[in-house]
Design a protein around this ligand. Structure first.
Ligand SMILES: *[C@@H]1O[C@H](CO)[C@@H](O)[C@H](O)[C@H]1NC(C)=O
Ligand SMILES: *[C@@H]1O[C@H](CO)[C@@H](O)[C@H](O)[C@H]1NC(C)=O
Ligand SMILES: *[C@@H]1O[C@H](CO)[C@@H](O)[C@H](O)[C@H]1NC(C)=O
Ligand SMILES: *[C@@H]1O[C@H](CO)[C@@H](O)[C@H](O)[C@H]1NC(C)=O
Length: 399
């Protein structure tokens, strides 16, 4: 029970830990059956040996050197799936493989991929002459192409550039040289979080140390992405954004650029806006217009994103659930800052409804999504604590 609790509470599921736990149970189970069954009847003993023929079972080519680990995995999987015929040892079944891939030998499995371009001929090993370490995505309409062109210039060759096109105009971007090396994904009238959920799966973007998921209306004159990453590393920020110029559009004090800091991680808001100085919007908080995620943080945030809630409202308040301690690992970089110009471009692509302007419908949906997301999160947390027999209101986690 203690072990089970450990693995379910752990924020970032640790594969090797799970493997050890599984293996441990397998060995203990085998041992217990081994010790208890000899005292039983011969028929039972035969059943036992059929179920657990020891390490000495037929399993592919023994000469290839079946590792003890693999053997133990196979042993612990005997009982794992009703669809799998446990007595048929000629077939592979590896429970520790990714779900659905249990029939494959572990060493052939490539659970992660990347966004790197490959050649159509030549030795595959020599395809990749350089591997960008960072990813930046912009959700764009061609009307903002000048702004995006200026922004891309601030991202070095160490970045993979992905454009999500919401207006269907993709070929026009070829007037920019960099566009030919960028990845273009086109789906009309979708939002940045819709694309992010569908095209930035953590196993696909696993090669990147940092992932920038940015809007198209950001002024980047005082921003350099490589310098930004240096500061993010230096201050241990797992989730961050550049400070916002106080003269531009500002909603929260937290994201306002400070002139006397490299980064800041907390702020003072208007009176009574913060229930706790370590909680949003006073700390552990960045907005969703220009977030930057570490690989690990993105793995969590991707899982938290809802398929039907596409505007991302409320997501910024929940980002803190993905890092610990969140008031130290979420922050705003002041030394590399941007201007939020606020061009409601995608907002105008909504549908007019009952005589209301398109942007009104969008705004309404944003608010509804925020409420739905909060409700879902609260009930999911309650369900979790109740399943452990803990009264959620006793939880030390502030709400
Ligand atoms: C083994 O299989 C039996 C019968 O299907 C099931 O009741 C039991 O919970 C399984 N044990 C484990 C450890 O999976
Ligand atoms: C499992 O495999 C064995 C041996 O191949 C076979 O005799 C048995 O009928 C199979 N059982 C099921 C449930 O498929
Ligand atoms: C790209 O990354 C390499 C390796 O970390 C580094 O040496 C180089 O300076 C980076 N490029 C720029 C433009 O900063
Ligand atoms: C929650 O806290 C109250 C008062 O501190 C206590 O009486 C109650 O037993 C606790 N419930 C659980 C499930 O821990």
């Amino acid at each position: 029970m203690g072990l089970l609790l450990l693995s379910s509470v752990s924020r970032k599921p640790n594969e090797s830990m799970r493997l050890i736990v599984t293996t441990f149970f397998g060995v203990v189970l085998g041992f217990l059956i081994g010790v208890s069954f000899p005292t039983l009847s011969t028929t039972r003993r035969n059943v036992t040996s059929a179920l657990l023929p020891g390490i000495d079972f037929a399993y592919e080519d023994k000469k290839t050197g079946l590792s003890t680990q693999t053997a133990l995995n196979v042993l612990s999987m005997r009982n794992s799936s009703s669809a799998h015929n446990a007595s048929d040892t000629s077939k592979i079944w590896v429970r520790s493989n990714p779900r659905g891939a249990e029939r494959l030998p572990p060493e052939i499995i490539r659970a992660e991929s990347d966004l790197y371009f490959r050649r159509l001929s030549g030795n595959p090993k020599e395809d990749l002459t350089y591997k960008p370490k960072y990813l930046v995505t912009f959700t764009v309409g061609f009307d903002q192409s000048k702004n995006i062109d200026a922004a891309v210039e601030k991202f070095s060759e160490n970045f993979t550039i992905v454009l999500f096109h919401y207006d269907g105009r993709t070929t026009e971007w070829d007037e920019f040289e960099w566009s030919k090396k960028a990845i273009h994904i086109s789906a009309r009238r979708q939002t940045k979080w819709w694309y992010a959920k569908r095209f930035l799966h953590p196993d696909i973007v696993a090669q990147y140390d940092y992932i920038f998921i940015w809007d198209e209306d950001l002024g980047v004159e005082h921003f350099n992405a490589e310098e930004y990453i240096k500061l993010v590393r230096k201050h241990g920020l797992e989730i961050s954004q550049p400070g916002l110029d106080p003269n531009g559009v500002l909603t929260w004090q937290m994201t306002k650029r400070r002139f006397d800091h490299e980064v800041h991680k907390e702020t003072e808001e208007r009176p009574n806006w913060c229930t706790d100085p370590h909680l949003p919007p006073c700390a552990a908080f960045v907005e969703i217009m220009a977030p930057v995620f570490s690989r690990d943080a993105w793995r969590c945030v991707w899982h938290m994103m809802q398929n039907d809630l596409v505007h991302g409202w409320g997501l910024d308040f929940a980002l803190r659930k993905c890092v610990e301690p969140s008031h130290e690992k979420i922050g705003v970089v002041d030394a590399q800052w941007i201007v939020h110009q606020s061009v409601p471009s995608l907002g105008n692509q909504g549908e007019s409804d009952n005589g209301k302007a398109p942007w009104q419908g969008v705004r309404e949906r944003c608010r509804n999504e925020w409420r739905m997301f909060q409700d879902r999160f609260t009930s999911a947390e309650n369900a979790y604590y109740q399943s452990l027999g803990i009264n959620p209101s006793n939880s030390s986690e502030p709400h």
